[in-house]
Design a binder for this molecule. Structure first.
Ligand code: ZN
Ligand code: ZN
Length: 389
């Protein structure tokens, strides 16, 4: 039934057996025909190289005979898709997206972390996540299929490597304590001990991430556990078949500026930490780049839109497994909150506190609590209660 042929030449867009569209299959790592289930292998490489910095401003273009630029007329999201894509919907708002004949972003990705989990598995992970949202309204938690869409999207990320050396000089301070005697009594007081510093600080940065898309703040990659260098492979258009790639909206120059800011503040923190300093009385740092390189990579995310009372809530499911056993994937995103559930919890909470107070008062002559700092407040509350003993 399955036909495993190695296709090493042109991009195979349609099934050699029946002509139907091919889709990248996360489970086999091959292209799969949705119609006759044939599977076609293609050339892969894990030999991902950093790109010379000069290419940041004059990069390798996407092959626009193979991929096109699509735009959502409702929310304005833009994506890069194989040109063979017929009709599809926006992953963020589920409106139709259409081909837009304009030039797509200059730089073609160097590397991609391919999808490991299928749409069905992502759906299952989303269902588990919704069940755990105990403050969400029940119809939302039940996750009915007609109320949501789920789509595999590659998120664009710029990564930078810097080899830096920094000359620094200035005055730093460290908070210390000392014991003093005044009027026959002993006090402990804190003071700042100042000292001069100067020296050279070297640091190598490997893969500083800067998100290329507003849909994916860098923190989201961390929540989804997507910073996985071990999973990088060389980009090929085959990985995009059946998926879409968010087009970058953060231009390379801006991404570089953000990466340098991250490196500079990291160097500053490192020098402060080296001297255990917590006060800065003027520290000059002159950072030189000994080498710099970059990569433009795509990370796999399933984007879900869940509708509740005509509002759309987006969730994000990692396209890679979070565990060795390949059973879990990380999920983050928004869920509606049921005001009734919150109110009931508050009331139950107040009931429990009132119950504890009543029980303590009824059963104990000696109010002795050990709640640490809380103890004080708790006693104050008790004193305010109109109870006679
Ligand atoms: Zn086929
Ligand atoms: Zn949209």
């Amino acid at each position: 039934m399955s036909d495993n042929r190695i296709q090493q030449k042109a991009l195979q867009r349609s099934c050699p057996n029946c002509g139907a569209a091919l889709r990248y299959n996360p489970q086999s790592g091959k292209l799969r025909c949705e119609h006759c289930k044939s599977e076609i292998d293609f050339e892969k490489s894990t030999d991902v190289e950093e790109r010379d910095f000069s290419e940041l401003f004059d990069g390798i273009k996407w092959d626009e005979s193979k991929v096109g630029y699509y735009r959502c007329k409702n929310c304005g999201a833009s994506a890069v898709l194989p040109r063979t894509t017929l009709a599809t919907t926006c992953p963020y708002c589920s409106s139709p997206i259409v081909l837009d004949e304009r030039e797509i972003g200059l730089i073609r990705p160097d590397s991609v972390v391919p999808f490991e989990i299928t749409e069905e598995q992502a759906e299952y992970q989303l269902r588990l996540w919704k069940k755990r949202k105990i403050y969400a309204p029940n119809p939302f938690r039940k996750n009915k299929k007609e109320n949501h869409t789920i789509k595999g999207v590659y998120a664009p990320v710029w990564t930078f490597d810097f080899d830096t050396t920094s000359y620094y000089s200035g005055r730093l301070g460290k908070t210390c304590t000392r014991t003093v005697r005044r009027n026959g009594k002993t006090y402990t007081e804190s003071y700042v001990k100042w000292f001069n510093v100067d020296g050279i600080f070297d640091k190598v940065f490997d893969d500083i991430y800067v998100s290329g898309s507003d849909h994916f703040p860098t923190s989201r990659f961390e929540s989804l556990g997507l910073k996985r260098q071990s999973k990088y492979v060389v980009y090929g258009d085959e990985y995009l078949q059946g998926y879409m790639a968010d087009n970058y909206s953060v231009e390379p120059e801006e991404a570089y500026r953000q990466a340098m800011d991250k490196a500079r503040s990291d160097i500053y923190r490192s020098i402060m930490a080296m001297y255990n300093a917590d006060h800065d009385g003027g520290l000059d740092i002159d950072t030189k780049l000994l080498s710099r390189s970059f990569k433009y990579i795509l990370l796999p995310v399933y984007v879900a839109t869940s509708k509740y009372k005509n509002k759309v809530f987006n969730q994000y499911i990692s396209g890679t497994f979070a565990d060795e056993a390949q059973t879990k994937a990380k999920v983050c995103g928004k869920a509606p909150v049921s005001p009734w559930k919150v109110l009931i919890t508050v009331l139950v909470g107040l009931g429990v506190v009132a119950g504890i107070i009543a029980a303590v008062i009824l059963t104990s002559d000696n109010w002795s609590f050990d709640f640490g700092d809380w103890d004080f407040k708790f006693k104050n509350i008790l004193q305010l209660l109109p109870v006679s003993r």
